[in-house]
Design a protein around this ligand. Structure first.
Ligand SMILES: [Zn+2]
Length: 347
């Protein structure tokens, strides 16, 4: 990116009400068959145009073609039985009924590659595509086959690498891996989490990102956040290792969170996608509030490496609120861009 402070979102955006029930995770599709395929493509066109009108520079599909950021990818793999369900604790936080790994996992055909080609054909802007990270994938399943979190994570890393290479060939500029589990399982991050992530990006020439957040604004997450105290220092455990890794960008949560901003310093040298939009609140930030967060972040990240972003996905929000937040992000980044160009010109 040659533009200063290029804006983007963490990933998901609300779907139109004719495609799926709004303000809901895992919302069932309202269309079927060919109508569903066409509906997803139309929704993708709408979300793309809304991002562009709001001043979002690095655009995405808004995850319009998937029900959920982890399960939709897994649904396309063999070795996982979605009928056979077990209750497990996800991210050490809440019980969920999840599918079972019943045999060797593999990807027989591409999952998102056609969708990425479709998005690529709609725009010349840089595009970012999100995939779940290996650790977050294993944390959303019951494993009756490998019986080893690490072993299954390595298998998924290989599969993700196959998908990522094809997304790159389809013209994706940044491939992002969502790893909210990195904020919970610190020993595993250290032992094999970063290593499996690096396996997933092996051989890629496009840019790569990892997104680590405190989750969507759903009750299980907001309840968990209440237990974290006044300072959220989780990033302190993972950032030094990510700084030393081959990942190009790190996407993190800042706005309205209790993450001490100076933890960003631990990533110095990496590009940082700073969350300047709170996704757990319906209050639309003002551009000035976004600008304020970005100015603070600039103390810890070089201007040419600051990528204004949202804290997390906005799928559970209303479309109106999400549109307002996108516009605030675009306008807030523009305020700081102007300030930086004035100060550069004065030097
Ligand atoms: Zn997130």
């Amino acid at each position: 990116m040659t533009k200063l402070l290029p804006t983007s979102t963490a990933g998901s955006l609300p779907k139109p009400c004719w495609l799926a029930e709004p303000e809901k995770l895992w919302s069932p599709w309202k269309l079927q068959g060919a109508a569903l395929v066409e509906g997803k493509q139309d929704a993708l066109r709408v979300t793309l145009s809304e991002q562009q009108r709001a001043g979002i520079d690095i655009v995405s599909d808004g995850e319009q073609t998937r029900q959920h950021f982890v399960t939709t990818f897994i649904e396309h793999l063999t070795g996982v039985d979605f009928e056979k369900r077990e209750t497990v604790k996800i991210r050490d936080r809440y019980d969920a009924s999840v599918p079972t790994v019943v045999g060797a996992v593999s990807r027989d055909k591409p999952v998102f590659v056609e969708d990425a080609k479709f998005l690529r054909a709609q725009t010349d802007s840089p595009i970012k595509w999100a995939l779940p990270g290996p650790m977050t994938m294993i944390d959303t399943l019951y494993d009756a086959h490998y019986r080893s979190r690490e072993k299954l994570a390595w298998e998924f890393a290989t599969i993700l690498n196959q998908e990522a290479r094809e997304l790159e060939a389809a013209g994706v500029d940044i491939i992002q891996f969502d790893e909210p589990a990195f904020n919970v399982f610190f020993d595993e991050v250290n032992d094999w989490g970063i290593a499996t992530l690096e396996r997933a990006i092996e051989g890629l020439k496009c840019e790569t990102a990892v997104h680590i957040c405190y989750g969507y604004g759903i009750k299980a997450n907001t309840d968990w956040k209440k237990t974290l105290g006044s300072e959220w220092r989780q990033y302190e455990r993972t950032f030094p290792k990510l700084q030393a890794s081959n990942i190009d960008l790190v996407s993190l949560e800042c706005q309205n969170s209790h993450v001490p901003m100076d933890l960003i310093e631990l990533l110095r040298g990496k590009k940082v996608m700073v969350g300047a939009i709170d996704v757990a609140s319906n209050t639309v930030e003002t551009p000035e509030k976004v600008a304020e967060t970005l100015r603070k972040a600039l103390q810890f990240v070089d201007a040419d490496k600051l990528y204004p972003c949202t804290n997390c996905g906005m799928a559970p929000l209303s479309r109106d609120v999400a549109r307002g937040k996108l516009r605030a992000l675009g306008a807030g980044a523009e305020i700081v861009r102007q300030e930086l160009s004035v100060s550069l010109a004065a030097e």
